[in-house]
Design a protein around this ligand. Structure first.
Ligand code: SF4
Ligand code: SF4
Length: 469
Protein backbone atom coordinates (compact mmCIF):
# COMPACT_ATOMS: atom_id res chain seq x y z
CA UNK A 1 0.00 0.00 0.00
CA UNK A 2 1.35 3.45 -0.92
CA UNK A 3 1.19 6.08 1.80
CA UNK A 4 1.11 9.85 1.37
CA UNK A 5 4.42 11.62 2.11
CA UNK A 6 4.93 12.23 5.81
CA UNK A 7 3.55 15.57 7.02
CA UNK A 8 5.78 17.81 9.02
CA UNK A 9 4.43 19.21 12.26
CA UNK A 10 1.08 18.52 13.81
CA UNK A 11 -1.84 17.25 11.72
CA UNK A 12 -5.38 16.46 12.88
CA UNK A 13 -5.44 14.23 15.97
CA UNK A 14 -7.40 11.68 13.94
CA UNK A 15 -4.64 11.42 11.35
CA UNK A 16 -1.25 9.80 11.62
CA UNK A 17 1.60 11.68 10.07
CA UNK A 18 1.52 9.39 7.03
CA UNK A 19 -2.13 10.32 6.46
CA UNK A 20 -3.65 7.07 7.75
CA UNK A 21 -6.47 7.15 10.28
CA UNK A 22 -5.52 7.39 13.92
CA UNK A 23 -8.37 5.61 15.64
CA UNK A 24 -9.12 7.33 18.91
CA UNK A 25 -10.21 4.92 21.63
CA UNK A 26 -10.68 7.19 24.66
CA UNK A 27 -10.43 5.72 28.10
CA UNK A 28 -13.62 6.52 30.06
CA UNK A 29 -13.23 8.65 33.19
CA UNK A 30 -16.41 8.12 35.17
CA UNK A 31 -16.03 11.04 37.56
CA UNK A 32 -18.62 13.50 38.82
CA UNK A 33 -18.87 15.43 35.56
CA UNK A 34 -19.29 12.26 33.56
CA UNK A 35 -22.11 11.15 35.91
CA UNK A 36 -23.90 14.47 35.39
CA UNK A 37 -23.45 14.36 31.64
CA UNK A 38 -24.75 10.81 31.56
CA UNK A 39 -28.01 11.90 33.25
CA UNK A 40 -28.41 14.77 30.76
CA UNK A 41 -27.49 12.54 27.81
CA UNK A 42 -30.05 9.85 28.63
CA UNK A 43 -32.74 12.46 29.27
CA UNK A 44 -32.03 13.91 25.81
CA UNK A 45 -32.01 10.52 24.11
CA UNK A 46 -35.38 9.65 25.67
CA UNK A 47 -36.71 13.09 24.70
CA UNK A 48 -35.61 12.63 21.06
CA UNK A 49 -37.48 9.32 20.83
CA UNK A 50 -40.54 10.60 22.74
CA UNK A 51 -41.07 14.02 21.15
CA UNK A 52 -42.83 12.89 17.95
CA UNK A 53 -45.23 10.81 20.10
CA UNK A 54 -46.16 13.65 22.50
CA UNK A 55 -49.29 15.72 21.96
CA UNK A 56 -49.92 19.28 23.15
CA UNK A 57 -53.55 20.45 22.90
CA UNK A 58 -54.25 17.61 20.48
CA UNK A 59 -51.36 18.51 18.17
CA UNK A 60 -47.96 16.83 17.88
CA UNK A 61 -45.30 18.44 20.07
CA UNK A 62 -43.18 18.62 16.91
CA UNK A 63 -44.19 17.93 13.32
CA UNK A 64 -42.19 19.44 10.47
CA UNK A 65 -44.52 18.83 7.54
CA UNK A 66 -42.25 19.99 4.72
CA UNK A 67 -44.46 19.04 1.71
CA UNK A 68 -47.36 21.11 3.14
CA UNK A 69 -44.95 23.69 4.57
CA UNK A 70 -46.60 23.50 7.99
CA UNK A 71 -44.38 23.36 11.05
CA UNK A 72 -45.87 22.45 14.42
CA UNK A 73 -43.60 23.32 17.32
CA UNK A 74 -44.78 22.76 20.90
CA UNK A 75 -48.40 22.62 19.76
CA UNK A 76 -48.27 25.83 17.71
CA UNK A 77 -48.58 25.49 13.95
CA UNK A 78 -46.64 27.83 11.68
CA UNK A 79 -47.93 28.16 8.14
CA UNK A 80 -46.15 29.30 4.96
CA UNK A 81 -47.56 32.78 5.61
CA UNK A 82 -45.74 32.93 8.97
CA UNK A 83 -42.40 33.89 7.45
CA UNK A 84 -41.93 36.74 9.94
CA UNK A 85 -42.67 34.51 12.93
CA UNK A 86 -40.31 31.79 11.75
CA UNK A 87 -37.64 34.39 11.02
CA UNK A 88 -37.97 35.87 14.51
CA UNK A 89 -37.87 32.40 16.08
CA UNK A 90 -34.83 31.36 14.08
CA UNK A 91 -33.10 34.67 14.86
CA UNK A 92 -33.79 34.15 18.58
CA UNK A 93 -32.26 30.67 18.47
CA UNK A 94 -29.12 31.90 16.69
CA UNK A 95 -28.64 34.83 19.10
CA UNK A 96 -29.25 32.54 22.09
CA UNK A 97 -26.49 30.23 20.78
CA UNK A 98 -24.15 33.22 20.42
CA UNK A 99 -24.94 34.40 23.95
CA UNK A 100 -24.61 30.94 25.44
CA UNK A 101 -21.28 30.42 23.71
CA UNK A 102 -19.97 33.80 24.91
CA UNK A 103 -20.87 32.90 28.50
CA UNK A 104 -20.28 29.16 28.70
CA UNK A 105 -18.13 28.26 25.68
CA UNK A 106 -18.94 25.01 23.91
CA UNK A 107 -21.22 23.69 26.62
CA UNK A 108 -23.66 22.63 23.87
CA UNK A 109 -21.01 20.41 22.24
CA UNK A 110 -20.03 18.64 25.41
CA UNK A 111 -23.44 18.24 27.01
CA UNK A 112 -26.23 18.30 24.47
CA UNK A 113 -25.05 17.84 20.88
CA UNK A 114 -26.51 14.59 19.48
CA UNK A 115 -23.09 13.73 18.07
CA UNK A 116 -21.51 13.71 21.54
CA UNK A 117 -24.54 12.35 23.35
CA UNK A 118 -25.03 9.27 21.14
CA UNK A 119 -21.33 8.59 20.53
CA UNK A 120 -20.16 8.84 24.12
CA UNK A 121 -23.17 7.43 25.96
CA UNK A 122 -24.56 4.83 23.57
CA UNK A 123 -22.30 3.76 20.72
CA UNK A 124 -18.93 3.84 22.48
CA UNK A 125 -20.13 2.04 25.66
CA UNK A 126 -21.45 -0.80 23.43
CA UNK A 127 -18.07 -0.92 21.70
CA UNK A 128 -16.18 -1.15 24.98
CA UNK A 129 -18.54 -3.80 26.28
CA UNK A 130 -18.17 -6.01 23.19
CA UNK A 131 -14.49 -5.44 22.43
CA UNK A 132 -13.12 -5.71 25.96
CA UNK A 133 -12.67 -2.06 26.82
CA UNK A 134 -10.20 0.39 25.35
CA UNK A 135 -7.31 -2.08 25.38
CA UNK A 136 -9.41 -4.71 23.56
CA UNK A 137 -10.30 -2.17 20.83
CA UNK A 138 -6.68 -1.10 20.48
CA UNK A 139 -5.56 -4.74 20.14
CA UNK A 140 -8.07 -5.32 17.34
CA UNK A 141 -6.93 -2.08 15.66
CA UNK A 142 -3.27 -3.07 15.82
CA UNK A 143 -4.04 -6.53 14.46
CA UNK A 144 -6.09 -4.96 11.66
CA UNK A 145 -9.08 -7.18 12.64
CA UNK A 146 -11.81 -4.82 11.55
CA UNK A 147 -14.18 -7.73 10.96
CA UNK A 148 -13.45 -9.80 14.04
CA UNK A 149 -16.68 -11.58 15.15
CA UNK A 150 -17.24 -9.23 18.12
CA UNK A 151 -16.77 -6.23 15.84
CA UNK A 152 -19.27 -7.64 13.36
CA UNK A 153 -21.73 -8.12 16.22
CA UNK A 154 -21.08 -4.50 17.20
CA UNK A 155 -21.88 -3.35 13.65
CA UNK A 156 -25.13 -5.34 13.71
CA UNK A 157 -26.19 -3.68 16.98
CA UNK A 158 -25.11 -0.29 15.63
CA UNK A 159 -27.23 -0.84 12.54
CA UNK A 160 -30.28 -1.74 14.66
CA UNK A 161 -29.86 1.43 16.75
CA UNK A 162 -29.31 3.51 13.62
CA UNK A 163 -32.52 2.09 12.15
CA UNK A 164 -34.44 3.20 15.25
CA UNK A 165 -32.89 6.67 14.99
CA UNK A 166 -33.58 6.83 11.24
CA UNK A 167 -37.25 5.97 11.78
CA UNK A 168 -37.53 8.45 14.66
CA UNK A 169 -36.00 11.16 12.49
CA UNK A 170 -38.60 10.43 9.80
CA UNK A 171 -41.39 10.65 12.40
CA UNK A 172 -40.47 14.31 13.00
CA UNK A 173 -41.46 15.00 9.37
CA UNK A 174 -44.39 12.66 8.75
CA UNK A 175 -45.87 12.05 12.21
CA UNK A 176 -46.08 8.81 14.15
CA UNK A 177 -49.41 7.67 12.66
CA UNK A 178 -48.11 7.70 9.08
CA UNK A 179 -44.88 6.06 10.20
CA UNK A 180 -46.74 3.26 12.03
CA UNK A 181 -48.76 2.57 8.85
CA UNK A 182 -45.77 2.65 6.51
CA UNK A 183 -43.73 0.27 8.63
CA UNK A 184 -46.33 -2.43 7.86
CA UNK A 185 -46.35 -1.70 4.10
CA UNK A 186 -43.95 -2.38 1.27
CA UNK A 187 -41.39 0.44 0.64
CA UNK A 188 -42.72 0.59 -2.94
CA UNK A 189 -45.91 2.14 -1.56
CA UNK A 190 -44.06 5.09 0.00
CA UNK A 191 -40.69 5.27 -1.81
CA UNK A 192 -39.67 8.85 -0.89
CA UNK A 193 -40.09 8.52 2.91
CA UNK A 194 -38.42 5.11 2.72
CA UNK A 195 -35.41 6.62 0.94
CA UNK A 196 -35.23 9.43 3.53
CA UNK A 197 -35.26 6.87 6.34
CA UNK A 198 -32.69 4.63 4.61
CA UNK A 199 -30.31 7.52 3.87
CA UNK A 200 -30.63 8.83 7.45
CA UNK A 201 -29.96 5.37 8.86
CA UNK A 202 -26.93 5.02 6.58
CA UNK A 203 -25.56 8.40 7.62
CA UNK A 204 -26.08 7.73 11.33
CA UNK A 205 -24.46 4.28 11.02
CA UNK A 206 -21.48 5.65 9.06
CA UNK A 207 -21.05 8.57 11.42
CA UNK A 208 -21.02 6.58 14.65
CA UNK A 209 -19.18 3.55 13.25
CA UNK A 210 -16.49 5.19 11.18
CA UNK A 211 -16.49 9.00 10.93
CA UNK A 212 -17.01 9.66 14.65
CA UNK A 213 -15.07 12.59 16.20
CA UNK A 214 -14.12 13.79 12.71
CA UNK A 215 -17.64 15.23 12.49
CA UNK A 216 -16.65 17.71 15.25
CA UNK A 217 -13.16 18.29 13.89
CA UNK A 218 -13.86 18.63 10.18
CA UNK A 219 -17.56 18.84 9.35
CA UNK A 220 -19.26 20.87 12.09
CA UNK A 221 -19.33 24.63 11.37
CA UNK A 222 -20.11 25.48 15.00
CA UNK A 223 -16.63 24.37 16.07
CA UNK A 224 -15.10 26.72 13.50
CA UNK A 225 -17.06 29.68 14.86
CA UNK A 226 -15.51 29.34 18.32
CA UNK A 227 -12.68 31.72 17.57
CA UNK A 228 -15.22 34.53 17.06
CA UNK A 229 -17.88 33.40 19.54
CA UNK A 230 -15.60 33.10 22.57
CA UNK A 231 -13.59 35.73 24.36
CA UNK A 232 -11.15 35.56 27.24
CA UNK A 233 -14.03 35.83 29.74
CA UNK A 234 -15.93 32.84 28.36
CA UNK A 235 -16.14 29.82 30.66
CA UNK A 236 -14.19 27.01 29.02
CA UNK A 237 -12.56 23.74 30.01
CA UNK A 238 -9.03 24.89 30.83
CA UNK A 239 -5.76 23.56 32.13
CA UNK A 240 -4.36 25.73 34.92
CA UNK A 241 -0.96 26.31 33.38
CA UNK A 242 0.34 28.35 36.31
CA UNK A 243 -0.46 25.60 38.78
CA UNK A 244 0.45 22.62 36.63
CA UNK A 245 3.79 23.70 35.22
CA UNK A 246 6.58 22.83 35.20
CA UNK A 247 5.13 19.37 34.80
CA UNK A 248 7.18 16.48 36.07
CA UNK A 249 6.60 12.75 36.32
CA UNK A 250 6.61 11.38 39.89
CA UNK A 251 10.07 9.80 39.50
CA UNK A 252 11.52 13.15 38.42
CA UNK A 253 9.91 15.27 41.12
CA UNK A 254 12.11 16.85 43.71
CA UNK A 255 11.55 19.69 46.11
CA UNK A 256 12.36 22.12 43.32
CA UNK A 257 8.95 23.66 42.81
CA UNK A 258 7.53 21.25 40.24
CA UNK A 259 3.95 21.98 39.26
CA UNK A 260 0.96 19.80 40.07
CA UNK A 261 0.87 18.08 36.67
CA UNK A 262 2.58 14.71 36.97
CA UNK A 263 2.55 14.28 33.18
CA UNK A 264 0.55 11.06 33.46
CA UNK A 265 -1.33 11.87 30.24
CA UNK A 266 -4.60 10.60 31.71
CA UNK A 267 -6.22 13.76 30.30
CA UNK A 268 -4.97 12.84 26.83
CA UNK A 269 -5.95 9.17 26.81
CA UNK A 270 -9.48 10.05 27.92
CA UNK A 271 -9.99 12.80 25.33
CA UNK A 272 -12.51 11.75 22.66
CA UNK A 273 -10.93 14.10 20.12
CA UNK A 274 -7.40 13.02 20.92
CA UNK A 275 -5.94 16.37 21.98
CA UNK A 276 -3.85 17.52 24.91
CA UNK A 277 -5.72 20.20 26.85
CA UNK A 278 -2.41 21.35 28.29
CA UNK A 279 -1.61 22.91 24.93
CA UNK A 280 -4.25 25.56 25.60
CA UNK A 281 -7.68 26.30 24.15
CA UNK A 282 -8.06 24.37 20.90
CA UNK A 283 -10.68 24.24 18.20
CA UNK A 284 -10.82 20.43 18.57
CA UNK A 285 -11.89 20.62 22.23
CA UNK A 286 -15.61 19.86 22.49
CA UNK A 287 -15.68 20.70 26.21
CA UNK A 288 -16.79 17.23 27.18
CA UNK A 289 -15.17 17.53 30.68
CA UNK A 290 -13.62 14.05 30.37
CA UNK A 291 -10.14 15.46 31.05
CA UNK A 292 -11.49 17.26 34.14
CA UNK A 293 -12.67 13.95 35.58
CA UNK A 294 -9.48 12.15 34.58
CA UNK A 295 -7.26 14.78 36.16
CA UNK A 296 -9.38 15.07 39.31
CA UNK A 297 -8.94 11.33 39.85
CA UNK A 298 -5.15 11.74 39.50
CA UNK A 299 -5.09 14.74 41.86
CA UNK A 300 -7.00 12.65 44.44
CA UNK A 301 -4.35 9.95 44.11
CA UNK A 302 -1.38 12.28 44.50
CA UNK A 303 -3.04 14.25 47.29
CA UNK A 304 -3.33 17.56 45.46
CA UNK A 305 -6.49 19.68 45.20
CA UNK A 306 -8.87 18.91 42.35
CA UNK A 307 -9.39 21.37 39.52
CA UNK A 308 -6.02 21.43 37.76
CA UNK A 309 -8.25 21.11 34.71
CA UNK A 310 -11.54 22.89 35.33
CA UNK A 311 -14.18 25.24 34.02
CA UNK A 312 -12.51 28.65 34.07
CA UNK A 313 -12.11 31.74 31.95
CA UNK A 314 -8.78 32.44 30.29
CA UNK A 315 -8.59 35.77 32.12
CA UNK A 316 -9.24 34.11 35.48
CA UNK A 317 -6.34 31.70 34.86
CA UNK A 318 -4.17 34.71 34.03
CA UNK A 319 -5.14 36.26 37.39
CA UNK A 320 -7.35 38.95 35.90
CA UNK A 321 -10.66 39.90 37.55
CA UNK A 322 -13.98 38.82 36.02
CA UNK A 323 -15.56 41.34 33.68
CA UNK A 324 -19.26 40.65 33.51
CA UNK A 325 -20.17 43.66 31.38
CA UNK A 326 -18.58 43.01 28.02
CA UNK A 327 -20.01 44.33 24.75
CA UNK A 328 -21.20 40.92 23.53
CA UNK A 329 -22.77 40.02 26.88
CA UNK A 330 -24.76 43.27 26.76
CA UNK A 331 -25.62 43.35 23.04
CA UNK A 332 -26.68 39.72 22.65
CA UNK A 333 -29.34 39.89 25.43
CA UNK A 334 -30.68 43.16 23.95
CA UNK A 335 -30.94 41.56 20.50
CA UNK A 336 -32.44 38.41 22.02
CA UNK A 337 -35.07 40.45 23.92
CA UNK A 338 -36.01 42.27 20.71
CA UNK A 339 -36.30 39.10 18.64
CA UNK A 340 -38.09 37.08 21.33
CA UNK A 341 -40.35 40.01 22.24
CA UNK A 342 -41.19 40.48 18.56
CA UNK A 343 -41.93 36.78 18.24
CA UNK A 344 -44.22 36.65 21.29
CA UNK A 345 -46.03 39.87 20.30
CA UNK A 346 -46.54 38.71 16.69
CA UNK A 347 -47.73 35.32 17.92
CA UNK A 348 -50.17 36.92 20.36
CA UNK A 349 -51.55 39.44 17.87
CA UNK A 350 -52.01 37.20 14.88
CA UNK A 351 -55.71 36.62 14.06
CA UNK A 352 -57.39 33.21 14.24
CA UNK A 353 -57.45 33.01 10.47
CA UNK A 354 -55.11 34.28 7.83
CA UNK A 355 -56.90 35.26 4.58
CA UNK A 356 -55.26 36.08 1.28
CA UNK A 357 -57.25 37.17 -1.77
CA UNK A 358 -55.66 36.78 -5.18
CA UNK A 359 -56.77 37.39 -8.73
CA UNK A 360 -57.46 34.29 -10.85
CA UNK A 361 -54.61 32.98 -12.98
CA UNK A 362 -54.58 33.93 -16.66
CA UNK A 363 -56.90 36.65 -18.03
CA UNK A 364 -57.86 39.28 -15.41
CA UNK A 365 -61.57 38.90 -16.32
CA UNK A 366 -63.78 37.12 -18.85
CA UNK A 367 -66.26 38.88 -21.06
CA UNK A 368 -69.23 36.49 -21.26
CA UNK A 369 -71.44 36.00 -24.34
CA UNK A 370 -74.37 37.67 -22.55
CA UNK A 371 -72.29 40.82 -22.04
CA UNK A 372 -71.58 40.26 -18.34
CA UNK A 373 -68.08 40.32 -16.84
CA UNK A 374 -66.78 37.36 -14.84
CA UNK A 375 -63.94 37.75 -12.28
CA UNK A 376 -62.25 34.86 -10.51
CA UNK A 377 -61.10 35.52 -6.95
CA UNK A 378 -58.77 32.97 -5.39
CA UNK A 379 -59.15 32.73 -1.63
CA UNK A 380 -56.39 31.25 0.54
CA UNK A 381 -57.46 30.68 4.12
CA UNK A 382 -55.30 29.42 6.97
CA UNK A 383 -57.13 28.34 10.11
CA UNK A 384 -54.77 29.18 12.96
CA UNK A 385 -57.21 28.38 15.74
CA UNK A 386 -57.19 25.12 17.69
CA UNK A 387 -60.66 24.10 16.35
CA UNK A 388 -62.01 23.08 12.93
CA UNK A 389 -64.26 25.73 11.34
CA UNK A 390 -66.69 26.15 8.44
CA UNK A 391 -66.02 29.58 6.94
CA UNK A 392 -68.95 31.28 5.16
CA UNK A 393 -67.82 33.48 2.28
CA UNK A 394 -70.12 36.29 1.10
CA UNK A 395 -69.76 39.38 -1.06
CA UNK A 396 -71.55 42.33 0.47
CA UNK A 397 -72.80 45.57 -1.02
CA UNK A 398 -73.65 44.23 -4.49
CA UNK A 399 -76.97 44.80 -6.24
CA UNK A 400 -79.51 42.27 -7.49
CA UNK A 401 -77.75 42.05 -10.82
CA UNK A 402 -74.65 40.49 -9.31
CA UNK A 403 -74.10 36.77 -9.18
CA UNK A 404 -71.61 35.12 -6.85
CA UNK A 405 -70.63 31.51 -7.45
CA UNK A 406 -68.67 29.84 -4.70
CA UNK A 407 -68.23 26.10 -5.34
CA UNK A 408 -67.23 25.47 -1.72
CA UNK A 409 -69.29 27.55 0.65
CA UNK A 410 -68.98 27.18 3.57
CA UNK A 411 -65.33 26.29 3.28
CA UNK A 412 -64.36 23.65 5.83
CA UNK A 413 -60.83 24.18 7.15
CA UNK A 414 -59.38 22.00 9.87
CA UNK A 415 -57.39 23.48 12.73
CA UNK A 416 -53.89 24.42 11.57
CA UNK A 417 -54.78 23.71 7.95
CA UNK A 418 -54.36 25.94 4.90
CA UNK A 419 -56.90 25.68 2.06
CA UNK A 420 -57.35 27.45 -1.23
CA UNK A 421 -60.64 27.84 -3.10
CA UNK A 422 -62.11 30.15 -5.75
CA UNK A 423 -65.22 32.25 -6.03
CA UNK A 424 -66.56 33.80 -9.20
CA UNK A 425 -68.29 37.19 -9.33
CA UNK A 426 -70.43 37.99 -12.39
CA UNK A 427 -71.45 41.64 -12.91
CA UNK A 428 -72.92 43.62 -15.78
CA UNK A 429 -70.44 45.79 -17.66
CA UNK A 430 -72.15 48.89 -16.29
CA UNK A 431 -71.04 47.95 -12.77
CA UNK A 432 -67.45 48.94 -13.67
CA UNK A 433 -66.09 52.42 -13.62
CA UNK A 434 -62.84 53.01 -15.46
CA UNK A 435 -62.47 49.24 -15.62
CA UNK A 436 -62.62 48.73 -11.86
CA UNK A 437 -65.17 47.80 -9.23
CA UNK A 438 -64.44 47.62 -5.49
CA UNK A 439 -66.21 44.88 -3.56
CA UNK A 440 -66.14 43.69 0.06
CA UNK A 441 -65.71 40.00 0.78
CA UNK A 442 -66.88 38.90 4.23
CA UNK A 443 -65.53 35.74 5.81
CA UNK A 444 -67.23 34.48 8.95
CA UNK A 445 -67.11 31.40 11.15
CA UNK A 446 -69.77 31.82 13.85
CA UNK A 447 -68.46 33.74 16.83
CA UNK A 448 -64.87 32.69 16.20
CA UNK A 449 -64.02 34.79 13.21
CA UNK A 450 -65.58 37.62 11.23
CA UNK A 451 -63.67 39.93 8.92
CA UNK A 452 -64.23 42.03 5.79
CA UNK A 453 -61.69 42.35 3.00
CA UNK A 454 -61.67 44.91 0.18
CA UNK A 455 -61.00 43.53 -3.29
CA UNK A 456 -60.79 45.23 -6.63
CA UNK A 457 -62.57 43.51 -9.57
CA UNK A 458 -61.45 44.31 -13.10
CA UNK A 459 -63.62 44.85 -16.18
CA UNK A 460 -63.48 46.52 -19.59
CA UNK A 461 -62.35 50.15 -19.30
CA UNK A 462 -64.94 51.28 -21.87
CA UNK A 463 -67.90 49.66 -20.06
CA UNK A 464 -69.97 52.88 -19.83
CA UNK A 465 -69.48 53.83 -23.48
CA UNK A 466 -70.40 50.32 -24.65
CA UNK A 467 -73.55 50.35 -22.54
CA UNK A 468 -74.59 53.67 -24.04
CA UNK A 469 -74.04 52.49 -27.63
S1 SF4 B 1 -4.31 14.29 33.91
FE1 SF4 B 1 -3.69 16.09 35.07
S2 SF4 B 1 -1.77 15.41 35.96
FE2 SF4 B 1 -2.16 14.00 34.32
S3 SF4 B 1 -1.12 14.88 32.57
FE3 SF4 B 1 -3.20 15.63 32.53
S4 SF4 B 1 -3.08 17.60 33.57
FE4 SF4 B 1 -1.23 16.48 34.10
S1 SF4 C 1 -9.64 18.48 25.90
FE1 SF4 C 1 -10.91 17.74 27.59
S2 SF4 C 1 -12.84 18.79 27.37
FE2 SF4 C 1 -11.73 19.07 25.45
S3 SF4 C 1 -12.47 17.40 24.19
FE3 SF4 C 1 -10.63 16.64 25.16
S4 SF4 C 1 -11.35 15.65 27.03
FE4 SF4 C 1 -13.04 16.87 26.27
Amino acid sequence: MTHAPAASGRVLPTLNEDGTRNWIRPKPSPGRWWQRRRVVAWALMVLFIALPHLRIAGKPAILLDVPRRQFTILGTTFLPTDTLLLMLLLGSVVIAIFLFSALFGRVWCGWACPQTVYLEFLYRPIERWLEGGRSGSLQLDRAGRHFAPRRVLKYVIYLAISLVLGHTFLAYFVGTEALAQWIRLSPYEHPVPFIVMAVTTGLVFTDFTWFREQTCLIACPYGRWQSVLLDRQSMVVSYDYGRGEPRAMPKDRGADGAGDCIDCKACVTTCPTGIDIRNGLQMECVHCTQCMDACDAIMDKVGRPRGLIRYATQDALAGKPPRLLRPRVVLYPIALTLFLGGFIATLGLRPDADVTLLRGAGEPFTLEADGTVLNQVRLRLANRSRADHDYIVSVIGLGEEAQVIAPENPLAVRAGELRTTSLFVRLPRSAFEDGRRDITIRIAAGNSFNADYRFNLLGPADADEDDHE
